[in-house]
Design a protein around this ligand. Structure first.
Ligand code: AMP
Ligand code: MG
Length: 472
């Protein structure tokens, strides 16, 4: 038996100005850490024994039908335009059409140098591989649109960072890897033919209803305006919302220096490279509008009447903050049991968040405890909480089943930073028990799991993670 992936590749047929054929570079001694059987089934992939799968998912052997390539893209990194990024440490093996008819990319990440590696080694160490595996699968289980993790391997080679660290390869699955930066690169090059080809490809693959670039822009705006409040409703901070890490499909991508907050802080920043807080927790709602403006700027070049297009796109971008606010209200209202919020409910939510911010209470546990009726204990200013709670109870009297809505909107489990760090330390020492346990518990994050109470607890003072690092 051999690994079977039913490839049906399309990106490989696009012009070589948009992508370069590139095979993964073999590694010394691959071993399999994880293979996501449920996802494989969804994709029509049949596995084989671990030793063979390690060869394929570390890039030492190519599954039949693969046409590996590196994609070109650019992007604004912390507001600065970088004209050439691209897959510097990843290759797209190819695409499959899944059981529901959806086309999905299968990508190896950490698979060696490509024409776009610049000064990088094309590799990844084990930490970012396992972090992305756990966090992307946890996000999926929470219900957030995201890329998925199909497999993780050790390479049996060290990569050199600030010290030698064990290398790893992640197999990532995405609806596509088309980013805002994929449009930006051809717009900046004034390569209108490639821009048009990318536009046509994106419309056909993701938004067949779109009749023109303005429609496409609106559909992406709608997806992203829903996505970021969804993150925020779980206290998630992406950490590096550069335009190259912003997908056209509306999936979350690139789990580098990301973090879930423990104590609530509206201005929280974990990313060690985000020195000015550009991508702080609350700032995410604004920066996504900026990112969509960059997409609009690229799409303008496809419009016959530039002035009219600028007017049209500007009004679409200007309407986006209100759209984000509306999704935000829906998400946060659900967290307090309100199913159809009105603008009057904004104050109820923001007043609770102010109390939470002031008391620095645990974001996840406080919302979960609200659902269970035990949140009061978390607050230092009890009279203030009580007066908020009285307003809240009056408001939810008319709700059908506020508790069920809250239990379905407030997870018991998130991938806490300190647990991820501990899991990585263990894995570097050769013990994958914590990795497998995290995946298992986080696969049903809304269920009470008494055996996993330790994974619900916020960090002890000596366990607090203050900074997270990008995957490089
Ligand atoms: P990221 O911040 O992870 O989204 O990566 C930004 C860019 O840097 C992308 O073009 C990556 O492919 C590239 N990159 C990151 N790490 C490496 C590496 N170790 N080798 C080559 N390119 C890399
Ligand atoms: Mg990236």
């Amino acid at each position: 038996m051999t690994l079977h992936i039913p490839f049906d590749n399309t990106y490989a047929r696009l012009p070589t100005s948009m992508q370069s054929a590139q095979a993964p570079t073999p590694v010394a001694a691959p071993s399999l850490i994880a293979f996501n059987g449920n996802l494989a089934q969804e994709l029509g992939i049949t596995g084989t024994d671990d030793a063979q799968m390690a060869q394929y998912f570390a890039g030492n052997a190519l599954p039949s039908g693969a046409a590996p390539l590196a994609q070109l893209y650019a992007g604004h990194q912390f507001g600065q335009y970088n004209p050439q990024l691209g897959d510097g440490r990843a290759v797209l093996l190819g695409e499959v059409v899944d059981q529901s008819g959806l086309r999905r990319d299968i990508q190896l990440k950490g698979s060696g140098p490509t024409p776009y590696s610049r000064r990088g080694d094309g590799r990844s160490w084990l930490g970012p591989v396992l972090r992305e595996y756990v966090v992307s699968e946890a996000m999926h289980a929470l219900g957030v649109p995201t890329t998925r993790a199909l497999a993780a391997t050790r390479t049996g080679e060290d990569v050199i960072r600030d010290r030698p660290l064990p290398g790893g390869v992640l197999t990532r699955v995405a609806q596509s890897h088309i980013r805002v930066g994929t449009f930006q690169v051809f717009a900046a090059q004034r390569n209108i033919a490639a821009l048009q080809t990318l536009y046509d490809y994106t419309v056909e693959r993701h938004y067949p209803q779109a009749k023109d670039p303005s429609d496409l822009l609106q559909m992406v705006i709608d997806k992203q305006a829903a996505l970021i409040p969804h993150w925020m409703s779980f206290g998630f901070i992406h950490g590096v919302m550069n335009t190259d890490n912003c997908t056209l499909s509306g999936e979350t991508i690139d789990y580098g220096p990301c973090a879930f907050m423990d104590g609530f802080d509206a201005h929280a920043v974990f990313s060690s490279i985000d020195r000015r807080g550009r991508y702080a927790y609350s700032a995410q709602a604004d920066i996504i509008v900026w990112n969509m403006a960059q997409l609009a700027t690229s799409l303008v070049l496809l419009m016959p009447d530039t002035d009219a297009a600028i007017d049209q796109f500007t009004s679409q971008i200007n309407a986006m903050p209100e759209l984000v606010r509306s999704h935000w209200l829906t998400r946060f209202a659900a967290k307090i049991g309100i199913s159809a919020p009105t603008p009057d409910d904004v104050a109820l939510v923001t007043d609770l968040l102010s109390l939470m911010h002031n008391a620095q209470v645990d974001f996840t546990n406080t919302f979960r405890d609200l659902a269970k009726g035990t949140a009061r204990d978390q607050f230092t200013d009890r009279p203030a909480f009580d007066s908020w709670s009285a307003r809240w109870h009056t408001r939810i009297e008319a709700e059908q089943d506020p508790k069920a809505l809250m239990m379905a909107s407030n997870p018991a489990f998130i991938p806490r930073n300190h647990r991820i760090e501990q899991m990585i330390d263990d894995a570097v020492a050769g013990d994958d028990t914590a990795f497998h346990r995290l995946n298992s518990v986080l696969s049903t994050p809304y269920d009470e799991q008494p055996d996993a109470a330790d994974l619900m607890a916020p960090p002890q003072p000596n366990e607090v993670v203050k900074a997270t690092f990008c995957g490089t």
